[in-house]
Design a protein around this ligand. Structure first.
Ligand SMILES: [Zn+2]
Length: 196
């Protein structure tokens, strides 16, 4: 264990397995796409003649770099591990711009449901959760983020029946051994999700 991991929750074996599978799956897609996108753009250049094959290859490499950065950023977020408590909840409407002719139009993209956490180490973390799981969170709730998983585990209050899936972030019955949204099996994960 490295020094920077000191005080962080230990990574359960099933989370490591999920991480390994997920990395292999993402890398497979990435390799397929970095071969296909530039090749497609080069072929597109030769067929359409609207742009040169060099321009096609250049755009293809540009897309591949963006894709690589997105993938690495996702891996980095998944690899965070911390323990902390909810200090605030908020929603934010996210807008983008769409160009219609000469005019730029502001378009609504989505509402982000954010849970703000103060970690035991004193850092601030913002977790974006699904709309359905948002009402589960209350100020003071204890969360544990394991390395390798997209979402933190929210410790249940005694008598509570709904929990949030650590893989897809949707709420589901705490007694179920499988998440109905993403089909991840919790059977052998031995999670102790009850708040003390
Ligand atoms: Zn799920």
């Amino acid at each position: 264990m490295k020094d920077k991991d000191a005080g962080n929750p230990p990574t359960p074996d099933w989370a490591l397995k999920y991480r390994k599978d997920y990395h292999a799956y993402s890398k497979g897609w990435f390799i397929a796409l970095i071969l296909l996108i530039p090749a497609g753009l080069v072929v597109g250049a030769l067929v359409s003649g609207k742009y040169t094959w060099k321009e096609g290859l250049g755009s293809g490499i540009f897309f591949a770099v963006i894709l690589l950065l997105l993938m690495l950023n996702m891996f980095r977020n998944m690899d965070k591990s911390w323990k902390g408590r909810v200090v605030a909840k908020s929603t934010k409407d996210i807008y983008g711009t769409r160009t219609a002719g000469r005019r730029k139009k502001r378009v609504f993209l989505k509402t982000a449901y954010r849970v703000e956490v103060r970690t035991d180490a004193g850092r601030k973390e913002v977790v974006e959760v699904h709309k359905g799981a948002f009402p589960l969170f209350q100020e003071g709730d204890e969360l544990i983020k394991y390395k390798g998983l997209p979402f933190p585990d929210r410790m249940l209050h005694p008598g509570e029946t709904m929990r949030m899936c650590l893989v897809c972030g949707h709420p589901f019955d705490a007694g179920a051994s499988e998440c109905p949204s993403c089909r991840f099996k919790y059977g052998d994960t031995s999670l102790n999700s009850v708040s003390t």
